[in-house]
Design a protein around this ligand. Structure first.
Ligand SMILES: [Zn+2]
Length: 154
């Protein structure tokens, strides 16, 4: 199955599937892409203030993202290990998709999709609402969201 179509097989809400579909085509409006178009963008990543923001950086490379993945390892150890070892969204996603399990409600692939989705949401809150949460704060948001989903799916 073509890799873009596989996104719709992930057990996740459609907004999260669509986010992953956009992410793996590098079509999110991150600062590197805004800069290439000559559009307004923030100079550096809002979480670490160190480098120009890109999709690879927000989801994988940023020290803040790494902290979130690290904290999520007690629930999704394989997904966290894959994320912590990957520097490109594409190789990360190919390996993450292989963690999908039949008959498991919250498999590691679903967990990873929601971590990435919440990292993107946090980035948007920082830019557009000037709000900042800790890595532990993001993790409790992710766990709450997944807990609700599990209830809804059961
Ligand atoms: Zn950063």
């Amino acid at each position: 199955m073509p890799r873009l179509l596989r996104v719709w097989k992930v057990k996740a809400e459609s907004k999260v599937q669509f986010f992953i579909w956009t992410l793996i085509q590098n079509r999110l409006w991150t600062a590197d892409r805004l800069q290439r178009r000559g559009w307004e963008h923030q100079a550096t990543c809002c979480a670490c203030d160190q480098v120009l923001e890109s999709a690879n950086h927000i989801i994988l490379g940023c020290p803040f993202a790494k902290e979130v993945w690290y904290l999520m390892a007690n629930q999704f150890s394989n997904a966290a290990a894959v994320a912590l070892q990957s520097s490109s969204v594409n190789t990360w996603w190919d390996k993450t998709f292989k963690l999908k399990q039949k008959g498991v409600l919250l498999d590691e692939c679903t967990g990873a999709a929601y971590v990435a989705w919440n990292l993107w949401n946090e980035r948007n809150r920082q830019i557009f609402q000037n709000q900042q949460r800790s890595a532990a704060g993001i993790c409790s948001l992710i766990r709450d969201e997944l807990g609700l989903l599990k209830e809804a799916w059961e």
